[in-house]
Design a protein around this ligand. Structure first.
Ligand code: PBG
Length: 333
């Protein structure tokens, strides 16, 4: 038989496969999300996220050092705020001594070279678990009032030394308002990583357990579909991305990642900013759960899931697998 094109020649052995491999996931592509709690010397397991713990600030600093040694250069901080500090307007978000602010200061002094990202959204601080301030009837998140608060919140985070503020609230106009607020305060070097394309996803369930926003809402199925995007929409993702580019975002994010690889590719092709993708808590949990049942290989599935996100066009990946992935790399050299 005469077959001139034999793609299998390039798969013949591991060396050839390595030479022609088009995409790689390096530790420096990964961002480790970290959950912070108040106190010292404490860690708390999170049932729906095996291997992920809530950490006190001292433990966050140890973690930061470990991550740097593994080649991971960035973390995203999520505070788990005590319920006594929550109210309907999320006012604790504006307290310049709050948990996340103290974590930023601590991390920037113990690991100055670690790039620190902080979410800008009210959900860790509100009794109802929504990302913004509700109207008097309690039926909708008010856009413009929320944006005003977010701009102040972002400024306080930036004053504490955070490298990136990452608005994850999906209010209209927040990127411009945050940029103006930062610039007016002379904080021109604080970057904005915009959760530009964030879907109203069922995959956030375990995260809401982790930060306790599900508990505040009294249900795991907190409906955010009046502000987060409809999973059915693709064109709208490009529209949201372009709006954030125009308003001054430094980098964009698509979230979740694995179920939205087509969107990652679309945004990659439609804009020139660096692109992040967030492999969210539910994506992590489902791989772990299947592995625990013996139905999937944990490490191979983890690696393939990350590679797929990279191949789709993400420059950086927020993933709860960051540390375990990077330790695997350092073991195998
Ligand atoms: C809050 C926020 C969420 C996540 C990151 N920031 C949850 C939500 O929108 O309810 C989800 C992360 C994850 O599931 O891992 N604004």
């Amino acid at each position: 038989m005469r077959i001139r094109q034999r793609p299998r020649r390039l798969r013949k052995d591991a060396s050839i496969r390595a030479l022609v491999r088009e995409n790689h996931v390096d530790a420096s592509d990964l961002i480790q999300p970290l959950f912070v709690i108040d106190g010292t010397g404490k860690t708390e397991a999170i049932d729906s996220m095996p291997g992920v713990e809530r950490l006190t600030i001292d433990k966050i600093c140890e973690k930061g050092q470990n991550l740097l040694e593994l080649g991971i250069r960035a973390v995203a901080l999520f505070p788990c705020v005590e319920s006594s500090l929550k109210d309907a307007e999320g006012s604790e978000s504006l307290n310049p001594q709050n948990l996340v602010i103290r974590s930023i200061r601590a991390l920037k002094s113990c690991c100055p070279e670690l790039s620190v990202i902080a979410d800008v959204a009210l959900d860790p601080y509100t009794t109802h678990g929504h990302d913004g301030i509700l109207n008097p009837e309690g039926t909708r998140v008010m856009n413009d009032r929320t944006v005003e608060t977010l701009a102040v919140m972002a400024r306080i985070l930036a004053e504490a030394g955070v490298d990136w503020v990452a608005p994850s609230d999906m209010m209209d106009g927040r990127i411009g308002a945050i940029r103006d607020g930062l610039d007016d305060a002379g904080l021109v070097n604080t970057s904005i990583l915009s959760y530009a394309v964030k879907y109203a996803s069922a995959y956030y369930g375990p995260f809401r357990d982790a930060v306790g926003s599900a508990r505040s809402a009294g249900t795991r199925l907190l409906d955010k579909s009046t502000y987060q995007m409809d999973p059915a929409n693709r064109r709208e993702a490009i529209r949201e991305s372009i709006l954030d580019v125009e308003q001054g975002a430094d980098a964009l994010m698509v979230k979740p990642a694995g179920p939205y690889l087509d969107i990652i590719r679309e945004v990659r092709n439609a804009t020139h900013l660096p692109l992040a993708a967030y492999q969210v808590s539910g994506e992590y949990a489902q791989i772990h759960a299947a592995a625990k049942m013996g139905w999937l290989d944990l490490i191979k599935t983890r690696d393939e899931s990350l590679l797929a996100i990279k191949r789709a066009g993400a420059d950086m990946i927020l993933t709860y697998f960051a540390e375990s992935y990077a330790s695997g790399l350092s073991q195998t050299g």
